[in-house]
Every structure is written in C-alpha cells, then in structure tokens.
Ligand binder design. Sequence first.
Ligand SMILES: *Cc1c(COP(=O)(O)O)cnc(C)c1O
Length: 399
Amino acid sequence: MTEADQQIFDEDKGAYLPVFSRYKIVLDHGEGAYAYDIDGNKYLDFLGGIAVNVLGHGYAPLVKAISEQAGKMIHCSNLYYTKVQADAAAKLVKLSGLGKAFFGNSGAEANEGAIKVARKYAHQTDPEKSTILTAWNSFHGRTIATLTATGQTHYHEGFGPLPDGFDYVHYNDLAELESKMNDKTCAVMLETIQGEGGVYTPAPGYLEGVRKLCDKYHALLIFDEIQAGIGRSGKFFAYEKYGVKPDIVTLAKGLAGGVPIGAFITTNEAAAAMKPGDHGTTFGGNPLACAAANVVLDTVPKADFLAHVESVGSYFKAKLLKLQEKYPSLIKEVRGTGLILGAELTIPGRDIVNNVLAKGAIINCTAGNVLRFIPPLIITEEQVDEVVSMIDDVLPKYC
Ligand SMILES: *Cc1c(COP(=O)(O)O)cnc(C)c1O
C-alpha cells in the first residue's frame, strides 16, 4: 500500500457513504480479464465488476461504439425515438421470443418495472390479485420494493414499513410453492439461478413445476436474470438451459458490458396492461447505454461465443471439483453452471479472498462462505488455471 492509496482511502472515508466493506486496493484501468491498480499491480479479474464486464475490460468494439455514440449524442429524452434503442429492444424481443422490452438504469429498476407490469396486469382481472411470491435467499435489488422482494431479512431490517403483497417460499421446494399459491397470486419471481445467495441452480423439474403452477393460477412467472443472463450460463438466457419460458425476464449487469442499464422484457399480453404514463424513465435506455448494449447483443448470443462459455465453464468447474477433492475439510460443495460458479466453504471466505487478492486475482465471497466466480465470459482455460492455482496456494493455511 502506497501513500497515494492511503490518500484515496482517507478522502473516501471523509466523503463516501460507508455502505461497502471494501478491499484495500484502488483500481485504475483494465485490459481483457485483467484489472490494474494505481500502483501498477495486475489482477486477474474473476469478479468482472460483479458479472458486469462480460466482454472484459477495454473490449475494442465496445469502446469504439461508446466513443462514437458519445460524440454523436450521449442522451436524449425518451419522448423521442432513437435507432440504437429500437435496435436494442428488437434484439431482446427476438432473443427472448417475448413481446416488448423496456430499459432502465439498473437491475433494481428492471425488477421494479417487472413488478409494476405484473401488478397492473393482474389488477385488470382482480384488484386483490396482488401477492408476489419470491424465494428465500434471493436477491432482487435495493429499492424499497425490490429489497422487500429479496428474501433475506437482514436486508429488510431498519427500512420498514415495507410494501405489502410479498411472501416467500424456499427455492427448489415445489410443494411449498403450491401450498402458497391461489387466485390472489399475482406473480412468482425467481432468479433462474440464485447468485448473491450462494449460487444455487434449479433442481431438475423445479422450474417446469413453477411454470405449471403459474399457469394454473394465472400468475405471471418472472425470471430475474440480472446476474445469470447475458450468456453467463452458456445460453443467452439461463431459462433456455432449463427449457422453461417466463412471462417477464429482467436483465441488467452484463447487458451493456459495464455501461449502466437494466431491462425487462414481457409478453405482449402483459405489456398491453401498460398505457402511456404508467411507467417511464429519464435516463433509461439512452443512446449511450443502448449503443453499448447493441455490441453485447451482437456478440454474446453467437453460437461460438456461448460454446466458449460452456466449455471454459465446464473446465473451471472440473478444476474446482478437483480442489474439493484435495481440500474436503474446507470445500463443502461446488455448484453452478457455465461461468456462474460457487464453492461453498466450511469457513468464512473473506480472508481467503484477501489472500488470493494479494497473490494477484480478484475473486468474491458471497453469503459469507461461498466463493463465487462470475468472471468476464472471455476468460481462457489458462486464466482459470492461474486463479485455481492461486487458491490452491492459499488454502493449506486454513486446513
Ligand atoms: C445485482 C442484482 C440485482 C440488482 O441490480 P442493481 O443493478 O444493483 O440494482 C437484482 N437481481 C439480481 C439477481 C442481481 O444479481
């Protein structure tokens, strides 16, 4: 740590709301799967800005599209049409097979929009058809409605009163969901793969069962793919992997490769409940964000790109399983698919993350004891080897 670092830590301490417990490095720039700090130290970035930098840092076509769009027009009001936004929406509609897309600026906003559509749609048949069921251990955002949707009570504490109409079920427990559903169920909202809660994939048949229950009770099925979407699972939408289509899907994180954006995509039927004035945004889907999204949407859905995610993801998972064999007392379970992988530890993970950082890789710990890997989708097997060997070097001291 240098004096320059210390100055920034001090400045931050005096000015920035201390809601993050930050790692003690000051990042400056990046290239591909590497990030560099202000002292010139190089890190293999296996967090990717929390599943955001899907094309890595400094991806030339993305930089070019953003620079060109910035020179032409960064922003204009949604009271006018732009080609970049119409193109991005059309691409999302085509990829999803759904009907209409809307852009906001973040994941939480995407989920807020999805919740509004579901409520408005249900309201047409029955104003009391309002309950939204979500999963324990889920993560849906930090606004008042989306933190209420988030099934982790520690995110709720101190922020009440919370909005009514949310209830929770255990992810992968179809019987419990069935017991909680009725004609007043407006929607079921789930992460297709739970990310922040510790990387949990759906059990075989679970999502199909959820779909059937939603159909039975005329409730909308909302998949939050803010983390698991955009190619991360090896399919563009994670739900394609499980063969179950939602009525609404939400995206954000990787959608514009790092430029803030969020989106929900809904069926035409549900979209028809939304009339002019029912929703809106000043910044959402502005030309700069959509120009960036168009690069991602022209790149990630390609068959060879997704095949790379699938194969490097399988390679990575096999390596993590090998680590588990070597450290059975430390690694309890390896989970995930594609490039959303987790290794559940028997001990807290933060110290391990710090030691791996000192060796030169950025990894993450979520849910207290799950090492979570959500790297740029362009990583190579060699880079996987590097990170795995850094973890391998660090683990013996915890045995
Ligand atoms: C990150 C995340 C969100 C919230 O996104 P923000 O852009 O931070 O508002 C919502 N849902 C899931 C699944 C996420 O991973």
